[in-house]
Design a protein around this ligand. Sequence first.
Ligand code: SAM
Ligand code: DTB
Ligand code: SF4
Length: 342
Amino acid sequence: MATRHDWSLDDIQALFHKPFNDLVFDAQSLHRQHFDPNQVQVSTLLSIKTGACPEDCGYCSQSAKNDTGLERERLMPLDEVITNALAAKEKGATRFCMGAAWRNPTDKNLDKVIDMISAVRDMGMETCVTLGMLSGDQAGRLRDAGLDYYNHNLDTSPEFYGNVITTRTYQDRLDTISHVRDAGINVCSGGILGMGESRKDRAAMLQELANMPKHPESVPINMLVRIEGTPLFGNEDLDHLEFIRTIAVARILMPESYVRLSAGRTDMTDEMQALCYFAGANSIFYGDQLLTTDNPETDKDRQLFERLGLNMEEKIETEIKAAKTCHAPAEAVGENPGLSPS
Ligand code: SAM
Ligand code: DTB
Ligand code: SF4
C-alpha cells in the first residue's frame, strides 16, 4: 500500500474507533513491512540552555511565565556538552539531541550550537537540536554544519493549540518545519497527549503531520509530564489505552517514520511500554534525564529490552544515509560499532 498524504479527519477518527485488538494488529502488521519489529532507535537528550524562556507553553517547566522553581542556566560550555555526549555514546545512544529554552536562536548562539554539532558528529553520533523557531537562513546554516535532525513539535491540534500556547502561532511552527525540510535536514515533529485535548484533537494533530508533503522522519509522542507551577499541572491522567491507540494510529498514518515513545515513561508500567512498542513505537529517549525531568534509568531500559527481546538499533537507516550523502562525510554515517546492550 502506498504511503498516503491525504488523510481526512474522518479516516483518522475511524482508526481511533476500531476495536483495540484490530487497531494494534493493523499497526504491528504495517510496522513489520517497514522495520525490524525488535529494533528500537535510542537518542539521549541534553538541555544545553535551561530556563527563563520567553514563551508561555502551558506544560513547560522552562517558561519564565511558569513559577516552577527551575534555576536559569546559561548556554552550556562546549567541553561539558562533549562530556555528556561521550557518556551517552558509551551507554549505547546513537543520536544526541540538544535542547535550548529559546523562542529562537540568535545568530551568535547558533555559532556556538554549530560547534557543539560538529563536536558530536566527530564522535560518530547522529545529531539533533531543538532551539525554537528558525529562519530559512538559520536552517541552511545548520544543514551546512551537518545537522541530522531538527526537533520542532506541533504539540497538539490547530484548534486546541491556543489553550496551551499564546506567544507563538501554529503557523509559526509549520513555517519552521518547512524551513527545516527545505534545507534538507531530517524533521522530528510530534506532540503531547494528556493536555486536556479531545480524541478529535489527537486525530487532527496526527492529520497535520501525516498530510505534510513528506512525513517527519521522527514523530515523538509525549505523554504530558505534569510539572508543579505550570498551568497544566492539575490535569487528569490520560487513559493509557488511549495513549497506545494514538501510537498505533501514528504508526498506520506514517508507516516509514520512527515513532518515538517520548516523555512520560517514568509514569508508565513495563507492560504499558511493551504495548506501545507492539503498537509501533520504535524509538525512545534513553538516559536518566530528559530536559528538566526524569526519564527511566538506563539500566531499567536495558532490562526491559532484554525481557522483551528488543535490541538497540546500531546503524543509521538507509533512507537517512542517502539524505545525508549531500552534506556528510562518509565516515560519519557508517555503522556505530559496539553499542549493543549487554
Ligand atoms: N524551546 C524549544 C521549543 O519549544 O521549540 C525546544 C525545547 S521544548 C522543551 C521541546 C518540546 O518538548 C516541546 O515542544 C514539547 O512538545 C516537549 N515538552 C516540553 N515540556 C513537556 C512536558 N512537561 N511534558 C511533555 N512534553 C514536553
Ligand atoms: C520531544 O518531543 N520531547 C523532548 C524533546 N522532544 C526535546 C522533550 C521532553 C521534555 C519533557 C519535560 C522536561 O524534561 O522538561
Ligand atoms: Fe520555551 Fe520550548 Fe518550553 Fe515553550 S516548550 S516554554 S518554547 S522551552
